[in-house]
Design a protein around this ligand. Sequence first.
Ligand code: BGC
Length: 706
Amino acid sequence: MNKQDAHARAESLLKQMTVEEKIAQMTQISYAGCTREEALMWAERGAGSFLHVLGDDAREIQQTALHTRLGIPVLFGIDAVHGHCLNRDAAIFPSQLSMACSFNPELPKKIGRATAEEVAEDGLHWTFAPVLCLARDPRWGRVDETFGEDPYLAGEMGAAMIRGFQGDQLDDPESILACAKHYIAYGEAVGARDACDTEVTMRKVREVFLPPFRKAMEADCATVMTAYGSLDGTPLTLHEEVLKRVLRDELGFKGFVVTDWDNVNSLITNQHVCADMEDASVKAAQAGNDMMMRTKEFYEAAVAACKDGRLSMEQVDTAVMHILTVKAELGLLDYPEKPCRKGRIGCEEHRALALDAAREGLVLLRNNGMLPLKGAKKIAVIGPNADDIRAQYGDWTYFTHPMNNPDETEPQRPYTTVLEGMGNVFTDAEIVYHKGCDVMNRTPSDLEGAVAAAKGCDAIVLVLGDTIQQAGETHDRADLSLTGDQDALFRKLRALGIPMTVVLMSSKPLCIPAEAAEADALVVAFNGGMAGGQAIAELLAGKIAPVGRLPISFPVHTGQIPVYYNSLTGWHGGKYEDQPAEPLFAFGEGLGYTTFAYSDLAFDPETLQLTVTVTNTGDVEGTETVQAYLRDVVSSVMTPVKKFVAFTKVTLNAGESKTVSLPLSRESFSLINAKEQQVVEPGEFLLMAGHSSKDADLLTLSVQMA
Ligand code: BGC
């Protein structure tokens, strides 16, 4: 249904609603947080939405809602963030961080679409994804949920994913609502302490954190989630400037805003800015939150506040209109059970997509010629993450979510670990496996056993990383070194002198200077989903070529953080006495099985097209991610040393050259000035294009902009 008709439909419903029915629409109930009887009571009251409920339980709630006076259907939300992963039959795709390594927006778009089909088949309507936070401090627990550190890349990938979830038409039977979260600057909390205060100015918010949300609005994202945390002491839940002025007036957002989990209550219990529930409910609603996640106490408090005049009916009507208009646009008011296809959950097509995605998410960072691994007769596969599907999946699957009681949940097939993938792919070799140690020393290590297993092998594949206990909400880390005996395991195996590839299977960058310097090859795999192990084995065998690039910089040492590439300059070298200024690996880095050379960088000031010639200088075909950066030479406020502004991929045969175009826009040249205005300041700009964000990898051209 188009926006105009949806608005009219919502208006006619609003006119018939009582205060209680309106406030109920603004209340989202956690199914896990109540008994079945309570859930049905909330449906009878007309609760606008439930989260974390599947299958028949959801159907029963919907039937109850449909039999109420106005029969407004319930909107069901779920965290389907890398697939419909809380359903154990679903296709489990790589994490957003892994998807971002592809630098291929088509990928999150396809994954978004596949996820939407699976969520819709389960009778649900709304995913709390994508995450548009930036991961500029890798100590943060939720790095895996992001598209990395860069605003431009996160915006491109996020907008594509939203288009996948929402399809061409929201009322298509297999479209679901997307949710741009967490609004805003959530990942920048001090000390990477989840949900703490963010000490950045509004200018910085606009410059760094807003662009991905702007892209989300351009993609017509239907909902936005208010972050936990606060901005310079004002809880985001109460931040009228960001929730109303910026989001609605400037970005033109027309959908509805949902708080994060129990944000209204947190105003009292965690943030201490409200005295009681009525106070918190009034302020959260007035600030621009339309729906309150999980805080059911909001209902009575807000009804009372409406009756005594503390909460204005105008504000309530605005919120309810936002919610009902989205429900109408989704087609929910006409088809509470949309006629979507069956058999899409975990189907073959989605599993094939999961494998493609895992392949594109792998980043080769070192290779002294060991890879591709040819002719090995006996391969040792060692390490705690070589055969651990939980670590491979990462956060937000049925293992980690309370909805499924993680302790009692067993992994469900199909999936392929690295060990299994190696067996599938290296059919002519003998594969020897030893775990060596745990990631967190939960069981005794057996380093000597691992060494004994590896002796006599032609190659070692050592799979290190982190576990699901070290990722996610409330799992921030103060130290990003490898934990347990993983470093010791690496050193003992290295001492054997057998060619060794280290695979880092982790939720985020870890500090691995020794492995980076001493291993013969290093592959970063992040959380690759159900086919992650298969993709890794294929890459090691040379059945696929590595195409991934880093969407996030790797620190040498935790104390060196932050190391994101788009920093502002200082004049004392930016290094510590005891640590270098440079990261271990920079944004955009990643090798292939061939090499590329760049030449002839040119810019057309009329069309704003940057062009560069790329030549495959190796002897096999390969795909290069051509990256463009920009620097404003003199600006009224300090601007980053470089800013990522465009990228494209090109596949070239050995020896082949092609000239590729990188379209820039006026916006690429803009900055946020001291008055918080987005402007282009005329003058000189340096345009750069090449293989990664490192100076040595870039050609540079000076241009003038009027
Ligand atoms: C997270 C959100 C999530 C919500 C619902 C919160 O704790 O911050 O990202 O969507 O829970 O599960």
